[in-house]
Design a protein around this ligand. Structure first.
Ligand SMILES: *[C@@H]1O[C@H](CO)[C@@H](O)[C@H](O)[C@H]1NC(C)=O
Length: 175
């Protein structure tokens, strides 16, 4: 148990050290997890509060859409990034609720003969609610973005017809 925890922490620290890019607005990013192909999808205005997430999925993650508030309280809807297959599933975050962990899996998507797609995603909120989408493949690689402090306020991805890799944007020192 402790060994697993330390292993996970070491992995996160390595990911943080190598991939997090702190910025003046207190945002950093963990990822990309998945393929290194696909059209880059990013947000222009810094997110402060994540309001809702919509994942289109069946056997893989087809697309992701999210709504967030910026520093002026203005709402931004981002996406869908991805394709049109699958079904939309939306969860809303209530006042003071935030996403504190994102995990998932990536691997081959045989149905579409794709070598690497994000196939499943799980979001855990500060109220302990867990939202799971997609279907992990038998040979998938797991990834995990748990935060001790701060909240996940947005995402970036590379996506065309499917979400190929995904990154979580998080704001530190908020909670
Ligand atoms: C999420 O909130 C929107 C309005 O902001 C509402 O239309 C929708 O039904 C809500 N969805 C869920 C699953 O609560």
């Amino acid at each position: 148990m402790l060994g697993q925890l330390l292993g996970a922490l070491a992995t996160i620290l390595i990911v943080l050290a190598s991939q997090a890019s702190p910025s003046p607005d207190g945002l950093a990013q963990i990822g990309m997890f998945g393929a290194n192909t696909g059209t880059t999808r990013n947000i222009d205005v810094a997110p402060v509060v994540l309001k809702s997430v919509t994942v289109r999925s069946i056997d893989t993650i087809d697309a992701i859409t999210f709504v967030y508030l910026d520093g002026n309280g203005k709402e931004h809807k981002v996406g869908p990034w991805g394709g049109t297959l699958g079904y939309d599933h939306t969860f809303n975050l209530t006042t003071n609720e935030y996403v504190k962990e994102v995990s998932g899996t990536y691997g081959p998507f045989p149905t579409q003969k794709l070598p690497l797609t994000v196939n499943s995603l799980i979001f855990v909120t500060s109220r302990g609610i867990r939202y799971a989408f997609g279907t992990p493949g038998a040979s998938d690689t797991k990834f995990n973005v748990p935060l001790e402090k701060g909240s996940i306020v947005g995402f970036s991805a590379r996506a065309d017809n499917f979400v190929l890799p995904l990154a979580s944007t998080f704001a530190r020192n908020m909670h």
